[in-house]
Ligand binder design. Structure first.
Ligand SMILES: C[S@@+](CC[C@H](N)C(=O)[O-])C[C@H]1O[C@@H](n2cnc3c(N)ncnc32)[C@H](O)[C@@H]1O
Length: 471
């Protein structure tokens, strides 16, 4: 640990700024931010702890992350280069296949679903596109190095040998995060520190000063991922998680994350030609996500990204990509989207969110209504995709709630596909419906299922008598 303390005390030397760095760091506010950054300097904290250590093994650095550039693009700066990178897009567990499908539809190659995410190949322009367009990814990580490691010193050597200066330098601030699955390292915090030390040592050797550490609003974010015998170093191109689309200012009670909502719509196989009803809509996440899908509006259009703070970010290319995305947004929303909730405060929030999401007030029909009484719109059957209250959140509602809702569905939602995410794994039993499909999916740390029921209802006869249903 002494090595890391020493690194933190190293005097800061001035490095010659690049024109871009001067722009991002000029002005009184920037000076204040820099002095705050210097005060804030402290080692960053890892997210997990690891299992006990193993013996040393020499590093063999692998570089699967780079492939030869196209001749026409060799002269551009790194951020504009067409070098393909190995990228990893984490996502909520259970959505890996849906994310892989989405990335393939976006034109990415070598897409392989992994644990809680997808690997794919992308040049830098594609990295920007993935950030802008992916509805399901949580972030886009660019792999810069990978090697077998056995000790923290191996990790230091790997980080020291990585060309960070292509992405950021002495005038940028830095944050390092570490996560691990089955790593033998004794302290992830120490591994994290060694990465930070190596990056700072490398940049100081090249530029005469080291980057500051800023855990709150860093210019560059680096992720160290450790598994049983290797380390991977990623540059985080996203920054704030991609489920933060930039429209949610206040959280309602237990809102779904936006990328989970998009993933549920994908798992449910909803498409915008069909009406969509969320009878427990809360702050409207599922329906707002559906509206953006129907409008072909890219989810990242109204938020900043980490890559915009990196050295040699090319704003011209980024604006081109965004302009192209804007030109593909449909002018009108044809899809019928209906949300209901018993809580009028939740619906006020949903309407605010609708406005913040740059949707028209009539794009989604919100109404205060009890799901037990909510009727579907007239016309062709559609989809229900919903996230009803879990367990104790059902509050005072009585035990017949699920069978009453089920009766409502069977009576009025004939032909509808009803998709319910719940951590209540016995939900089909409570509904007395057997699901056609059940998809394991995580809502944060909560182990859930998306249950899909195809309703073959009993029709209400003119005299009020119902006939059949129930698989
Ligand atoms: C888990 S929250 C839904 C959160 C929502 N998916 C979001 O992202 O904001 C469940 C919602 O169901 C509503 N609710 C509870 N009982 C209801 C009922 N009988 N009919 C309609 N809504 C109900 C609650 O007010 C709450 O807003």
């Amino acid at each position: 640990m002494s090595a890391s303390k020493k690194t933190l005390r190293l005097p800061r030397k001035k490095a010659a700024p690049t024109p871009h760095e001067e722009r991002v760091r000029s002005g009184a506010r920037a000076a204040r931010a820099q002095s705050q950054n210097r005060r804030r300097q402290r080692p960053v904290e890892p997210r997990q702890t690891a299992t006990p250590s193993a013996s040393h093994q020499a590093i063999v650095k692998t570089s699967p992350q780079r492939i030869a550039p196209k001749p026409s693009e060799k002269k551009q700066g790194p951020a504009a280069q067409a070098l393909p990178f190995a990228a990893f897009a984490p996502c909520p567990r259970g959505l890996e296949e849906m994310l892989a499908r989405e990335l393939k539809q976006l034109g990415f190659t070598d897409v392989t679903p992994g644990r809680a995410g997808c690997h794919f190949q992308a040049d830098w322009r594609d990295i920007l596109r993935a950030n802008l367009y992916s509805r399901i990814a949580t972030r886009i990580l660019v792999q810069l190095a990978q090697a077998p490691v056995r000790t923290p010193e191996d990790i230091y050597a790997l980080a020291l040998d990585t060309e960070w200066e292509k992405w950021f330098g002495a005038r940028h601030s830095l944050r390092v995060d570490t996560s691990a699955v089955g790593s033998p390292m004794q302290s992830l915090q120490y591994c994290n520190l060694r990465v930070k030390d190596a990056i700072c040592d490398r940049i100081r050797a090249r530029e005469g000063a080291r980057p500051d550490v800023d855990t709150v609003r860093p210019d560059a974010r680096v992720h160290l991922f450790l598994d049983a015998n290797s380390a991977t170093l990623y540059l985080d191109s996203s920054g704030e998680s991609l489920f933060k689309r930039g429209w949610r200012y206040q959280k309602g009670a237990a809102p779904l994350r936006e990328n989970l909502a998009a993933g549920l719509l994908a798992l449910a196989d909803w498409s915008p030609e069909y009406p969509l009803v969320d009878p427990f809509c809360g702050s409207g996440t599922i329906l707002i996500e559906a509206a953006w899908i129907a409008l072909n509006a890219p989810p990242g259009l109204h938020r900043p990204f980490q890559f915009e703070r990196l050295r040699n970010h090319n704003p011209r290319i980024w604006h081109q990509i965004k302009d192209q995305a804007r030109s593909q947004i449909r002018p009108t929303l044809e899809t019928l989207l209906i949300g209901a909730d018993t809580d009028s405060a939740a619906l006020d929030l949903a309407r605010q969110n609708l406005q913040q999401a740059k949707l028209a007030p009539d794009n989604i029909q919100f109404q205060v209504a009890n799901a037990l009484e909510l009727l579907p719109p007239e016309g062709r059957p559609g989809w229900v995709v919903t996230n009803p209250p879990y367990g104790e959140r059902l509050g005072a509602q009585d035990s017949s709630f699920w069978s009453d809702w089920s009766a409502q569905l069977k009576t009025h939602y004939d032909g509808w596909s009803v998709n319910v995410i719940s951590s209540e794994l016995g939900l089909p039993g409570h509904l007395r419906l057997s699901p056609d499909r059940r998809f394991p999916v995580f809502n944060g740390a909560l182990d859930c299922r998306l249950f899909q029921f195809q309703i073959h209802g009993r029709r209400t006869e003119p005299n009020g008598a119902g006939a059949t249903s129930e698989p």
